[in-house]
Design a protein around this ligand. Structure first.
Ligand SMILES: NC(=O)c1ccc[n+]([C@@H]2O[C@H](COP(=O)([O-])OP(=O)(O)OC[C@H]3O[C@@H](n4cnc5c(N)ncnc54)[C@H](OP(=O)(O)O)[C@@H]3O)[C@@H](O)[C@H]2O)c1
Length: 217
């Protein structure tokens, strides 16, 4: 698969490395060519680098992996309003978390994923990979206590979801159906809450009971 990555930071490197290893063709991108070029060299000979517009054009799947406050500008640079991402799978891993407060830098009930879907004309947006630190996405594979990490996906297009499920499986994780894109706001808020706990030293994993206690049925 051809995967364009908007960004050349930690998430671009973590997921780009995994997908390159899995045999996908990856193009990373940035506003300054030096950083994506250096990252592409680290990813290996099959990887390449370019502008945001070139990565959007290159990918059948495109990952948005820039700072949340930069997303609107980066999507504009990628031509999102003019339909450059039409028909493509657009994965959103961003978290609009305000440092120190661990609150969301969004209007109540809004989500980055839906804002991205509004801007990227015709793209099939899937929220994924936002719920764990980049260090987790570098693990080969991300398995804890013998259990593969579950990656929830929110999106409205069944084909796009199926493609992202395969990209989750490629890195040794298990995809889970998180529901339609309107539920991305819940996933984003949950992640912000968890990040707040983790930064306070709380073992947030221990907060959740085993699945059989999830309902009283
Ligand atoms: N780090 C994590 O553990 C983690 C986990 C899950 C999700 N996320 C989310 O993933 C996204 C990327 O995080 P990251 O850890 O990869 O961040 P990062 O390492 O700080 O990289 C940020 C990326 O955003 C770009 N960027 C920042 N400001 C920009 C601007 N004004 N215009 C254009 N590009 C700009 C940077 O480009 P320059 O190098 O040119 O500044 C860089 O490519 C964020 O939305 C974050 O919330 C992060």
């Amino acid at each position: 698969m051809r995967i364009g990555i908007l960004g050349a930071g930690n998430m671009a490197e973590a997921l780009g490395t995994q997908w390159t290893r899995a045999g996908h063709q990856v193009m990373v991108s940035g506003r300054d060519p030096a950083k994506p070029r250096a990252l592409a060299e680290r990813l290996g000979p099959s990887a390449r680098s370019g502008t945001f517009a070139e990565a959007a054009e290159f990918g059948d799947v495109v990952l948005v992996a820039v700072l949340h406050s930069a997303v609107t500008g980066v999507l504009t640079a990628a031509g999102a309003e003019t339909g450059t991402l039409r028909g493509k799978v657009l994965i959103d891993c961003t978290n609009a978390v305000v440092p120190d407060r661990f609150a969301l830098d969004l209007p109540a009930g809004a989500s980055m994923a839906e804002q991205i879907a509004d801007q990227a004309v015709g793209a099939h947006v899937v929220k994924a990979f936002n719920a764990c630190n980049e260090s987790v996405w570098r693990l080969t594979p991300p398995v804890f206590d013998g259990r593969p990490l579950i990656v929830p996906l929110c999106g409205d297009d069944a084909e796009a979801i199926a493609i992202v499920r395969s990209l989750v499986t490629d890195i040794g994780c298990e995809p889970a159906d998180g529901g339609p894109l309107e539920r991305a706001s819940l996933l984003e808020a949950t992640t912000a809450f968890m990040i707040g706990l983790w930064f306070r030293g709380v073992d947030a994993q221990a907060m959740l009971p085993p699945q059989k206690y999830g309902t009283s049925a």
